[in-house]
Design a protein around this ligand. Structure first.
Ligand code: CDP
Ligand code: MG
Length: 157
C-alpha cells in the first residue's frame, strides 16, 4: 500500500506554553506516531504573526488573533507521517472548543476560541507555505527504527 506521507505545521500557542502543557500536547502527536521534523520556541513579532494569519485579514477576529499569538512565546513544530495534515487536524478538534469532541486537544483542554491552544495547517498548500515561513532554514529528514511498526513500510504484504 502506498502511503501519503505529509508534513504539517503546528503552533502551540501562548496559552499552551503559559499553562505548561506544551510538552504534554507535543507528546500526544509523538504518541500517535508522527515524527518531529523541526521544533523551535520563540516570541512571535507582529510581522510574522501577520504573515501567518494573512488568510484571516479583514475578519472580525483578525486583530485579536494577531495580538494574542504575539503576547508570549509559542512552540512551533513540523510533524511528519502518513496523512499528517488530516490526522493532526482531527487530533486538534473543532475551532470553537465547545464544539470540539472529547478526546481532541481542544475538546479536552480548551473552552474558548482565542484560547484554543493549537494552530494546525489545513491543506498541503498551507502546510508548505507555513513550514517555509516558520522554518526558512528547512526541516530535518531522518528515519526512526520504530516506524516499521507504525506504517505500511514494515507490514507484511
Ligand atoms: O485554528 P483553526 O484552523 O481551527 O481556525 P481558523 O478558522 O483558521 O481560525 C484561526 C483562529 O482564529 C482560531 O484557531 C481561533 O483562535 C480564532 N478564531 C476565533 O477566535 N473566532 C472565530 N470565530 C474563528 C476563529
Ligand atoms: Mg486555520
Amino acid at each position: 500500500m502506498t502511503e501519503n506521507v505529509q508534513r504539517t505545521l503546528i503552533v502551540l500557542k501562548p496559552d499552551a506554553v503559559q499553562r505548561a502543557i506544551a510538552g504534554e500536547l507535543l507528546a500526544r502527536f509523538e504518541r500517535r506516531g508522527l515524527r518531529l521534523a523541526a521544533l523551535r520556541l520563540l516570541k512571535v513579532e507582529r510581522p510574522l504573526a501577520e504573515k501567518h494569519y494573512a488568510v484571516h485579514q479583514g475578519k472580525f477576529f483578525y486583530e485579536e488573533l494577531v495580538k494574542t499569538i504575539s503576547t508570549s512565546p509559542v512552540v512551533v513544530a513540523v510533524l511528519e507521517g502518513p496523512n499528517a495534515i488530516a490526522v493532526v487536524r482531527a487530533m486538534v478538534g473543532a475551532t470553537r472548543p465547545h464544539e470540539a469532541a472529547p478526546g481532541t486537544i481542544r475538546g479536552d483542554y480548551a473552552l474558548v476560541g482565542l484560547r484554543n491552544l493549537v494552530h494546525a495547517s489545513d491543506a498541503p498548500e498551507t502546510a508548505a507555505a507555513e513550514i517555509a515561513l516558520w522554518f526558512p532554514e528547512g526541516v530535518v529528514a531522518y528515519a526512526r527504527d520504530v516506524e516499521r511498526w507504525m506504517t505500511d513500510e514494515g507490514a507484511p504484504s
